[in-house]
Design a protein around this ligand. Structure first.
Ligand code: ITT
Length: 200
């Protein structure tokens, strides 16, 4: 078993991350902490500052930042997804999308850190914005996102179905693969079950 601490304010994210990492033999502990999210152009920049803010935590620490990107709105709400949803809800998105392409994608950038080492893992899922909000499961924009090839929103299916294809699950499975291969930081890190070689 490998222990990993997931730092976020969002319990929905934490449940998804724990379920995705369990099969890799990774036990996830959730630390609820609000991390600085500076005004930034990319999720990667936000993740870098989140990682800076968890330097005090030992062992494997995971943070992530996610967003919903709508190409016909120049990528909006993107890095502003959390703030926009809190202030405005879904209404303005439906308004803005009248007569525009409803194509969208979710993107997650996950940042893993241990001591001074860090690595970034990215996951995306393509889909479109529904005509109205449907479904009670999940969180955030789940009621308005229909993955490509699906007829239902993420909020209409159970956690397992969302985790099969979601942006977060795709990023976090890369974390699980890297940890179980003992190569989370691009080289041997003496990871789970792997003895460290001499001189490392
Ligand atoms: P952190 O504490 O981890 O930052 P947060 O909820 O603020 O939690 P983000 O800034 O990464 O997380 O989230 C951006 C917004 O996108 C926020 O409104 C989320 O609810 C939403 N979001 C993120 N992942 C989502 C998902 O899988 N499905 C639907 N909405 C999601």
């Amino acid at each position: 078993m490998t222990d990993l601490r997931f730092v976020s304010t969002n319990p929905g994210k934490s449940r998804e991350v724990a379920a995705v990492l369990r099969p890799f033999g990774v036990r996830v502990r959730w630390t609820r902490r609000e991390l600085p999210e500076p005004q930034a152009d990319t999720l990667e920049e936000v993740v870098a500052s989140k990682l800076d803010a968890v330097r005090d935590l030992r062992g494997y620490v995971l943070v992530e930042d996610s967003g919903l990107f709508i190409p016909s709105l120049a990528g909006f709400p993107g890095v502003y997804s959390a703030h926009f949803l809190k202030v405005w809800g879904f209404g303005p998105i439906f308004e803005l999308l009248r007569g525009r392409s409803r194509r969208a994608f979710f993107r997650t950038v996950a940042g893993l850190q241990r001591g001074r080492r860090r690595a970034i893992f990215v996951g995306e899922v393509k889909g479109s914005i529904a005509r109205r909000a449907v479904g009670k499961n999940g969180f955030g924009y789940d009621p308005i996102f229909v993955p490509t090839g699906w007829k239902q929103t993420f909020a209409e299916v159970d956690a397992e179905a969302k985790n099969a294809i979601s942006h977060r699950a795709r990023a976090v499975r890369k974390v699980g693969n890297a940890l179980s291969a003992g190569r989370a930081f691009g080289g041997s890190v003496g990871g789970p079950g792997r003895p460290r070689g001499p001189g490392r």
